[in-house]
Design a protein around this ligand. Structure first.
Ligand SMILES: Nc1ncnc2c1ncn2[C@@H]1O[C@H](COP(=O)(O)OP(=O)(O)OP(=O)(O)O)[C@@H](O)[C@H]1O
Ligand SMILES: [Mg+2]
Length: 227
């Protein structure tokens, strides 16, 4: 269980998140939406303990996620895929996966390659020479090398063609179904994301203004004013 209670986060004098609270059941799929600057990235960073100026409580399986101890949080089972293609461009696909899993069980490499056949096919290719979609897949695979209970993703569809976006969403659904990994995904592409998630959160100017089912959000265009 991931529990967020009364979370407030600042960047200097700017309050980016105000009194956020929600709990996320293991293995659930949650989309986080909101306009630019709403606080989505800041929220993900708080969930992994990467935001220094946070007040309130973030707990994972009843233990706190302390700010500033990201490596420890990753070892406990929360992985973060930041925005952009976070791969080592001059290493091969397989080397990228091995580096990501260095402190974990490297035997999991075969499971990741099974989940992502494209990485299996390209395992010898230099990561920097792959397409944007392939690099996003690799970044996802690298996060999975830590065998997370939770996968946090910041705008994984940025810069990808619609057909590739659908592919990324399908892969996330497959990860969730086959490994039971919980997913919290920040996205601007709301329609594509609502096909993946079961629950939606909307942030507006740092406040949680909607927490409901994906069906509810899909069916109520009035709610779309928030993003
Ligand atoms: N390092 C920083 N220093 C100062 N202000 C910051 C910093 N990072 C974010 N902010 C501010 O905090 C607020 C929330 O930013 P955040 O990046 O969480 O928004 P976001 O919802 O992810 O936006 P986007 O959709 O553009 O990615 C914004 O007003 C932003 O300008
Ligand atoms: Mg952001």
């Amino acid at each position: 269980m991931l529990r967020i209670e009364n979370l407030t986060a600042c960047h200097g004098s700017l309050t980016a998140l105000s009194e956020i609270g929600f709990t996320a059941a293991p293995g659930s799929r949650i989309g986080v939406f909101g306009h630019n600057g709403a606080g989505k990235t800041t929220l993900l960073r708080c969930l992994i303990g990467a935001h220094p100026q946070a007040q309130g409580r973030v707990t994972f399986n009843d233990l706190p996620v302390p700010p500033g101890r990201v490596a420890e949080t990753v070892r406990r089972g929360i992985a973060f895929v930041p925005q952009g293609h976070n791969v080592f461009p001059t290493l091969s696909v397989q080397q990228n996966l091995q580096v990501a899993g260095l402190h974990f069980d490297l035997r999991f490499l075969s499971e990741v390659l099974r989940l992502f056949p494209v990485l299996q096919e390209r395992r010898g290719q230099m990561a920097g020479s792959m397409s944007g979609g392939e690099q996003q897949m690799l970044a996802l695979g690298m996060a999975l090398m830590t065998q997370p209970k939770w996968l946090l993703l910041d705008e994984p569809s940025t810069g990808l063609a619609p057909v590739i976006v659908r592919n990324v969403m399908r892969q996330l659904a497959e990860v969730n179904a086959s490994l039971g990994t919980g997913i919290i995904v920040v996205e601007q592409n709301v329609p594509a994301t609502l096909k993946l998630v079961e629950r939606a959160l909307i942030l507006k100017s740092g406040r949680l203004v909607f927490d409901g089912s994906a069906e509810q959000l899909a069916a109520d265009p009035d709610l779309w004013k928030w993003f």
